[in-house]
Design a binder for this molecule. Structure first.
Ligand code: SF4
Length: 389
């Protein structure tokens, strides 16, 4: 089998690690580009959401590179994602492509179904059950550190004294973590990575905005589709935090170790505005926005693929969250037509609004002086703080 999986944020790093552990022949799906999107949009039903089109286009590209087994995530609940693997398989079959599709449900949905799927990729004859469990547990620990590193980078970038120092720390951290295989090695690498981030000079008292990123996981994590909004905000001095990441999504039990707020807590936070699951990441979007508002964030950016049903519901609810909790929320609908300049113009307007809100609030109590609020790096952010680790 020559295996390929879709791209999304840190997923290529996680899958590469799994391929090494289980000695799988893995081909990395090429980074998204205009051709990927055009291929997917031409093949997919017009009103399918962007992740289906983008992943379909990348499957065509990776099959051309020699992959013969595609591993696609499965899903459950009121969202079309659960059908996407099957839809993509049928479209590619109709094109006459020869391949095998394995649909893998996440362990957070059902451990037994997940293990059944895993056994299609890693046959029983090759690796025993105990070894699979041991390696998956170490891979999970490593995936969490990959996501934590990004969380620290987003928190530091806006306050870094030297431009580029956070990106250098992130690169160095990835280099340190890549060879770690056992849980002990992952813990050791994590300690070294913390030292790398501690060495980044940050100006904690610099006036800054805190911006939360919420929305559908694919567009929140995939830089090609979100126009690197998190880095863009960081370079403009904002401290950024995301509500979703890959390791939280696959972590069993809904504990969300990286975001730091369990599914239960998120649902409780969302309850005054939305009381039930709407599929995808819709409930998380609303709950996380409320948690960001409670923690004093200045603004929230909501990213949603065009025609994403759960996020369209969340978008409607977020306008109430915004007015009742007095926090600006910018919803950006992303599809294959969306342009970088339009996104950045709206983000600039959001930052202006957040600064003027801050000035308005502070002029009541501090007259003309800006007193910078403490950075979220030092406030218990509920999730990972550099000091709290
Ligand atoms: S969450 Fe939204 S974008 Fe993602 S698969 Fe479901 S409907 Fe599509």
């Amino acid at each position: 089998m020559r295996i390929a999986v879709p791209r999304m944020g840190n997923l290529p790093l996680i899958v590469e690690d799994l391929a090494r552990r289980f000695d799988l022949d893995y081909i990395e799906t090429p980074p998204f580009n205009l051709q990927t999107v055009e291929l997917g949009a031409a093949l997919a039903p017009e009103f399918a959401c962007l992740p289906l089109k983008a992943v379909l286009g990348s499957f065509v590209q990776v099959l051309d590179l020699g992959a013969d087994t595609l591993v696609m995530g499965g899903g459950h609940g009121p969202c079309r994602f659960g059908f996407y693997g099957e839809v993509q398989k049928r479209i590619l079959d109709r094109m006459g492509r020869e391949f095998r599709m394995i649909i893998l449900d996440p362990p957070s949905a059902s451990l037994s179904v997940f293990f059944h799927g895993i056994r299609e990729v890693i046959p029983r004859q090759r690796v025993g059950g105990a070894a699979v469990l041991r390696e998956l547990s170490a891979a999970m620990a490593k995936a969490i550190v990959f996501d934590e590193m990004e969380k620290w980078a987003l928190a530091c970038r806006g306050l870094a004294r030297e431009a580029g120092s956070v990106d250098a720390a992130l690169d160095e951290s990835r280099r340190l973590l890549a060879p770690a295989m056992s849980r002990r090695e992952v813990r050791k690498a994590r300690r070294e990575i913390l030292e790398v981030f501690d060495a980044v000079a940050v100006e904690r008292e610099r006036p800054h905005l805190s911006v939360g990123l919420v929305g559908e996981i694919f567009v929140v994590l995939e830089p090609y589709f979100n126009f690197e909004v998190d880095t863009w905000l960081g370079r403009r001095g904002a401290v950024v935090e995301r509500s979703c990441c890959i390791s939280d999504t696959i972590y069993p039990g809904g504990r969300n170790p990286v975001f730091g707020h369990s599914d239960r807590r998120v649902a409780r936070a969302a309850a005054p505005f939305l009381t039930h699951e709407v599929g995808g990441d819709g409930l998380l979007t609303v709950g996380a926005a409320v948690l960001f508002a409670r923690r004093g964030f200045d603004a929230v950016v909501h990213l949603l693929p065009f025609t994403c049903m759960p996020e369209v519901i969340a978008k409607g609810v977020l306008s109430r969250v915004s007015s009742e909790m007095d926090m600006p929320v910018l919803s950006l609908s992303i599809d294959e037509q969306t342009g970088r300049a339009g996104v950045q113009t709206r983000l600039e307007a959001l930052l202006d609004l957040a600064w003027s809100n801050r000035a308005g609030t502070q002029s009541e109590s501090f007259s003309e002086d800006f007193t910078p609020r403490p950075s979220i790096l030092t406030r218990g952010s509920g999730g990972v703080t550099r000091e709290g680790l």
